[in-house]
Design a protein around this ligand. Structure first.
Ligand SMILES: [Zn+2]
Length: 105
């Protein structure tokens, strides 16, 4: 399961500050509803486009619920689930801002 959380960092800032280490899970498992903080359960890497359209690699924090044994990944809100393109680039495309370099790339 993936959860998207509010993150005020750019992808570049997220990478530079290792922001995946600051992610905290919710206090209730979103899979089974059991109260109690989830346990860190590694990370995975995924690509995301940056401001000029180049591809960066960000580290995503993953947590495990010891009750249901399900994992939950926390994506910063600049990322879209299962998409390489950054959320702000996709928004700009939808708004017709096709002269932006990241949209063109
Ligand atoms: Zn659970």
């Amino acid at each position: 399961m993936q959860r998207i959380y509010a993150c005020e960092l750019t992808p570049e800032q997220y990478i530079a500050t290792e922001a995946h280490l600051q992610v905290r899970s919710e206090l209730v498992c979103p899979r089974c509803g059991k109260a109690g903080r989830l346990h860190r359960h590694g990370v995975y890497r995924r690509g995301i486009t940056a401001g000029l359209g180049q591809i960066l690699t960000v580290v995503i924090a993953r947590f495990l619920c010891l009750t249901c044994r399900g994992t939950v990944s926390y994506l910063p809100n600049f990322a879209l689930s299962y998409r390489l393109v950054q959320a702000s680039t996709f928004e700009a495309f939808l708004e017709g801002k096709i002269d932006r370099r990241d949209v063109q790339n």
